[in-house]
Design a protein around this ligand. Structure first.
Ligand SMILES: [Cu+2]
Length: 131
């Protein structure tokens, strides 16, 4: 029997283990940052959701006379990375956001901003910014 299939299987297993190490956190053990007002959470199981993949959705915030507003997405989905991508190109797309990590953008204009996950395009959300 050739050794090649065994080596391939071992290589695949070690790759799978390495990927798991990149995204630590079994359900219930994910360490999340302290919440901030206006956070948008990405809940567990978000990759299988559409408009409930982000919470709250829509998120409604106000500039309240300020020049810009910081909006932060928090990936609370154990084991799965997500990306934040503006449908209209209104803000810079994120890199993959690991479980427990965040992505923030500064919004300076009132308006309605649609976004989705760059990895799971079924995940869609809306941010409404009042003056
Ligand atoms: Cu995603």
């Amino acid at each position: 029997m050739s050794r090649a299939p065994i080596i391939l299987v071992l290589a695949a297993l070690s790759l799978a283990a390495a990927c798991g190490a990149d995204y630590p956190g079994a359900p219930g053990t994910l360490a999340l940052p302290s919440p901030l007002p206006g956070d948008i959470d990405i809940p567990a199981g978000a990759s299988a959701r559409t408009t409930t993949a982000f919470a709250p959705n829509p998120q409604q915030l106000a500039l309240d006379g300020g020049s810009s507003l910081r909006v932060r997405w928090v990936n609370a989905d154990p084991g799965v990375a997500h990306m934040i991508v503006s449908d209209e190109g209104s803000f810079t797309a994120s890199s993959p956001v690991s479980p427990g990590a965040t992505y923030s953008v500064d919004v300076g204009q009132p308006g309605t901003y649609h976004y989705h996950c760059g990895i799971h395009p079924n995940m869609v959300g809306t941010l409404i910014v009042a003056p």
